[in-house]
Design a binder for this molecule. Structure first.
Ligand code: ATP
Ligand code: MG
Length: 183
């Protein structure tokens, strides 16, 4: 599975609809301080269901919505869509047969957020389920930010185990078991 496209609109500094194409396996994002590089990483986390404002470098979840600038009024809705090439069949289950998978999240100022899978409304849970066990996820090790290496190195065995289980692809089954046991 490969991330091929990110579409942003009204998300942080990306007020106008912006499409980022990631045509190859390696993409570098470069630019001056404050141009929005980290905002793209925030967008990736956000669309995968991150719900802690602090992890998106904000105080409130609505801080991800464009809040205006000297020449522009604030907007009411933020939206981010990620499009994956799934022709290698990484995603299993209901969406396994789709060669392209689109994951989208929107949020408005009243705090309401909606998620979409291939254009159809879904629960946040459906999105997190989709990525569970793939190594990708709002808080998984596929996004390594400043300070995270030392955090992993210094983590307790139990914390390390979470990453190992995700890498081994078993976190999905543990989650299912937990769910079954709680019924
Ligand atoms: P650096 O190289 O310093 O890490 P960067 O390219 O990673 O910079 P970002 O942190 O992605 O920069 O972007 C910061 C910019 O995004 C700031 O100018 C900030 O005002 C703007 N920004 C963040 N949230 C919003 C928002 N909700 N509305 C409008 N602009 C925003
Ligand atoms: Mg940055």
């Amino acid at each position: 599975m490969r991330l091929t496209t990110i579409k942003l609109s009204g998300f942080k500094s990306f007020v106008d609809p912006t499409t980022l194409h990631l045509p190859t396996n390696m993409t570098g994002i470069v630019g001056p301080n404050g141009c929005g590089k980290s905002n793209i990483i925030d967008a990736i986390r956000w669309v995968m269901g991150e719900s802690a404002a602090s992890r998106l470098r904000g105080d409130n979840l609505t801080d991800v919505i464009f809040s205006g600038s000297s020449g522009r009024k604030p907007v009411g809705v933020a939206s981010v869509e990620m499009i994956f090439d799934n022709s290698d069949g990484t995603v299993v289950g209901e969406y396994a047969t789709y060669s392209e998978i689109s994951v989208k999240r929107t949020a408005s100022r009243d705090g309401v957020s909606h998620y979409f899978l291939n254009g159809a409304r879904c629960r946040r849970r459906d999105i997190t389920d989709l990525f569970l066990g793939t190594g990708l996820g709002a808080r998984s090790y596929s996004i390594i930010e400043q300070g995270m290496i030392s955090q992993i190195v210094e983590s307790h065995p139990e914390e390390l185990r979470v990453h190992l289980e995700e890498a081994a692809g078993i976190s999905k089954y543990k989650e299912r078991r937990k769910e079954t046991e709680s019924r």
